[in-house]
Design a protein around this ligand. Structure first.
Ligand code: C5P
Ligand code: MG
Length: 291
């Protein structure tokens, strides 16, 4: 067995690893343990979906709504203003998580308040997603179908909007029964008008708390101690903190933006980083190898 020979995409120029030997050991252990011991935990926006297409940014689940006809022009301007203010903070590698956390809570809270004021109608969401420019990464079909065929649980853990992201994967035909979503869900009144968001807010820096709140889910998966984790933010590294009896974890991080500034911090915390890679080729090849 030779991991590098069997997974040639790992030699692509977009792929970097801090410690290839460790990656090799994890992949070998996971392959020996097999699909019945595996679970996949993935972020959604800019991890399962594309960051850019033809040089243009692709929308997050929030942006799908923000840019839609369900939002007034005045509100669109306010949401755009929030994005222009807070997104640079999100990706600023010179600020600490402690400094960013309250600002991220502020962003999510203000954006959700604005969305609620728009009296969004539940029945319109499907059309808005259909008309959006959201795109799952190339190779998504193989990724979702392969996990489904092997009955490997896929947890999508997102600080985006659950109702919107579910619609994206439903319309792509890959919302299989092995997929479970933790996210921010909309609360509609009896006439189907948005009145609030349900439960505790999930933002990019409290995925650890979110994971620990969902002990039931992880208890059901107790026999699956091998985890493949996919993310694009350093906050995504904590998505597996609720996993019980963890054996091995392989963390794959998409480095989409501010690549040079953030490379070192991503290398320090993810096992494999994928720079400006809009495909699922590496996760797919790894899944082929270990299952
Ligand atoms: O699914 P994921 O956890 O990646 O969703 C979070 C992403 O949504 C963040 O990376 C952030 O840039 C984006 N976001 C947004 N609009 C908001 C809040 C967050 O596009 N109002
Ligand atoms: Mg993301």
């Amino acid at each position: 067995m030779n991991v590098w020979r069997d997974i040639p995409v790992l030699s692509n120029s977009s792929v970097s690893m801090r410690d290839p030997k460790r990656v090799e050991q994890i992949l070998t252990s996971m392959r020996n343990a097999g699909a019945s011991t595996l679970q996949v935990i993935s972020d959604f926006d800019m991890t399962l979906t594309r960051f850019a297409c033809n040089g243009k940014r692709c929308p997050t689940s929030h942006n799908i709504l923000d840019n839609s006809k369900l939002i007034s022009e005045d509100c669109k301007a306010k949401l755009k203003n929030l994005l222009d203010t807070y997104y640079p903070i999100e990706i600023d590698s010179t600020r600490s998580v402690e400094e960013k956390l309250p600002l991220m809570v502020e962003w999510w809270t203000k954006a959700h308040e604005l969305l609620v004021q728009q009296k969004i109608i539940k029945d319109r969401l499907a059309l808005v997603v259909r008309e959006s420019e959201a795109k799952l990464r190339d190779g998504y079909q193989q990724f979702f179908d392969h996990l489904h065929q092997l009955s490997v649980p896929l947890l999508i853990f997102s600080a985006g909007i659950g109702d919107v992201l579910e619609e994206v994967i439903r319309q792509a035909g890959v919302f299989h029964p092995n997929v479970k979503v933790f996210s921010n869900y909309m609360d509609f009144d009896e006439s189907g008008v948005l009145r609030a968001f349900k439960g505790e807010l999930i933002h990019i820096y409290n995925k650890r708390e979110g994971a620990l709140l969902n002990t039931e889910h992880f208890k059901e998966l107790q026999s699956r101690g091998n985890v493949l984790l996919l993310g694009d933010s350093l906050g995504d590294l904590n998505m597996a903190d609720g996993v019980m009896d963890l054996q091995n974890i392989l963390k794959i991080g998409y480095l989409n933006d501010k690549v040079d500034e953030r490379r070192q911090s991503y290398l320090n915390s993810y096992d494999i980083i994928l720079e400006k890679d809009e495909t699922m080729d590496v996760p797919n090849a790894i899944l082929q190898y270990i299952t």
